[in-house]
Design a protein around this ligand. Structure first.
Ligand SMILES: Cc1cc2nc3c(=O)[nH]c(=O)nc-3n(C[C@H](O)[C@H](O)[C@H](O)COP(=O)(O)OP(=O)(O)OC[C@H]3O[C@@H](n4cnc5c(N)ncnc54)[C@H](O)[C@@H]3O)c2cc1C
Ligand code: SF4
Length: 500
């Protein structure tokens, strides 16, 4: 037996990965055949493989022996490594995906799972906080995180006098301002090799989306540049326009750091601290900085905690008994298969960049799937495969809990269902669309509006019991029975053969 191996998975690419401590060599396995239902975006596969290969290259340059292998599965990669190197031990940081640690440890007695994660929150602490609560409120969790990490705190009080500045945010798109161009990494020889491999594999692996120059960071150095560029150029406007959507503007003032955080290239605390520095130095207003820090130490950590606490049950839940198929336009990322201006533009964005910002994911794609009644499993697989930052831990809470309310309200006090009026208020789409956001039925009716009223009616009994939905459900009674029948009819067609 010779030496100790550190086995590093694709989403553990941090120099602080504790498995690296005392390691004599590195094992990384690029798993090529992924059996299962998830079809991955080509740019997602490109980023993950490019980041893994860059990480291996950096470690090699620093003198560490590296065994980087391609294999059909992780299991096969490990087996071949053990046959060739006969290591005394293989240290692996506990994988993020539930059950994966046990499965990989059972492959060989030399695999030791190192406890920990690249998140701030220990799942055991989260479970203690969550246990016994009927509903989990992110806001309560977030305030405790602020105190725990001393972020945006003036002594015991929140900086700026409030914990949450959401009321100052959520503005519609500005008429006279365009977002600055985001940081772009430069591709290198590793990217060229990855692209050649993907070209070759495209006949074996079913992928979605278009190829394109790599947009998101693949190394720690690139990720740090992306964070610095966001903090200096985009953070000041991040808050107010966080929810706004503009035709053709793919990134608005968003940070574009989720893929880097999820790969392990950035540390959540360093992102929050970098943003706080901008506030303390007077470069960015409290509303934007607080809004951003809430996303990082609040939402992201909360989603991680919920997944580790209830992820298994969540994956099976379907509280609204939804069984429709995913609309083909969405499944195939085909912007030409819909006349809805908003949907078409966002699908073009996902096809070309593997990215859409939070409100596009929640209030366009999620809202449509919720009101169509798409089955949660396929919806979750679609989000997982189509986005640059998709991983299992982030899917359950965001898709099943937040977007589809399939957990029956464990996470969100009410479903995020909205008519075209919301999209009209928060975007520039409706003026160029063939549909009218105000119309509920008829040829010009906005599909969001038709589906919204049908959704309320179909789920009336469940939703009427929810105090936060009482008013909306009561509004159903203001629609006369002839129009309700027309809405039901039209929504029924949309739900079975989505063509809009
Ligand atoms: C239906 C749906 C699917 C989603 N799928 C993913 C996904 O696959 N991977 C993913 O990382 N995020 C996902 N999110 C959360 C969020 O939309 C993305 O993290 C964000 O859009 C990434 O872009 P950004 O880096 O520009 O984020 P910004 O808007 O600039 O936000 C800053 C950071 O906050 C974190 N964050 C904010 N909200 C969340 C959240 N709800 N969950 C996790 N992190 C959050 C992210 O790390 C993000 O980088 C999803 C949300 C919804 C509603
Ligand atoms: S009218 Fe409806 S479908 Fe058209 S852009 Fe507006 S919200 Fe989207």
């Amino acid at each position: 037996m010779s030496g100790r191996t550190a086995w590093i998975l694709a989403d553990q690419l941090s120099a602080d990965n504790p498995a690296l401590e005392g390691a004599d060599r590195l094992l990384m396995v690029e798993a090529r055949l992924r059996p299962g239902k998830v079809r991955f975006h080509r740019q997602k596969l490109h980023l993950v493989w490019s980041a893994m290969r860059h990480f291996a290259e950096e470690k090699r340059e620093r003198g560490l022996e590296v065994d980087y292998r391609t294999a059909a599965t992780l299991t096969e990669g490990l087996r071949h490594h053990i046959e060739e190197f006969d290591p005394a031990g293989v240290a692996l940081l506990e994988p993020n995906t539930l059950g994966a640690g046990e499965r990989l440890a059972s492959l060989d007695s030399r695999v030791e799972i190192v406890k920990g994660s690249l998140f701030l929150t220990d799942p055991a602490d989260f479970a203690i906080w969550a246990e016994g609560r009927k509903q989990l409120r992110m806001e309560n969790f977030y305030r405790e995180q602020r105190r725990r990490y001393g972020l945006l705190m003036d002594g015991e009080a929140p900086a700026g006098g409030e914990w949450n500045f959401d009321a100052d945010n959520r503005q519609p798109p500005p008429a006279d301002q365009s977002p600055p161009k985001p940081y772009r990494p430069r591709e290198d020889g590793i990217d060229i090799a990855v692209r050649e491999d993907l070209d070759r594999l495209s006949t074996e692996i079913e992928m979605v989306g278009a190829d394109g120059k790599r947009i998101f960071p693949a190394t720690r150095a690139e990720a740090k540049r992306a964070l610095a560029s966001f903090c200096s150029k985009r953070l000041p406007e991040f808050g107010p326009y966080q929810d706004a959507m503009v035709e053709g503007e793919r990134f608005m003032w968003h940070a574009l750091i989720s893929s880097s955080l999820n790969l392990g290239l950035l540390d959540p605390l360093e992102c929050a601290e970098a943003a706080e520095r901008e506030y303390r130095e007077g470069n960015a207003p409290i509303s934007s900085v607080e809004g951003f820090i809430r996303q990082i130490i609040g939402w992201r950590e909360y989603v991680w905690g919920v997944y580790r606490w209830r992820g298994r049950e969540m994956r099976k839940s379907n509280a609204l008994d939804a069984h429709s198929e995913l609309p083909e336009a969405i499944a195939d990322l085909d912007p030409d298969a819909t006349e809805m201006a908003c949907l078409s533009d966002v699908l073009a964005g996902v096809r070309d960049t593997a990215y859409a910002h939070h409100i596009e994911r929640l209030m366009l794609l999620g809202n449509l799937m919720l009101t169509v009644g798409v089955e949660p499993g396929p919806a979750t697989d679609w989000f997982h495969g189509s986005f640059i930052d998709g991983y299992e831990w982030v899917m359950g809470p965001n898709v099943i809990g937040m977007a589809l309310w399939a957990d029956g309200g464990l996470m969100m006090s009410k479903p995020y269902a909205a008519t075209g009026a919301y999209v009209n208020r928060m975007s520039t789409y409706c003026s160029s669309c063939r549909y009218d956001p105000k119309k509920r039925s008829g040829d010009e009716a906005c599909p969001f509006t038709t589906l919204y009223w049908d959704f309320l009616e179909r789920n009336r009994e469940t939703l009427a019991a929810n105090p936060r939905m009482t008013l909306q459900v009561r509004n159903l009674d203001r629609i006369d029975s002839a129009e309700m029948a027309a809405i039901r009819d039209q929504a029924g067609r949309l739900r079975t053969t989505f063509s809009a």
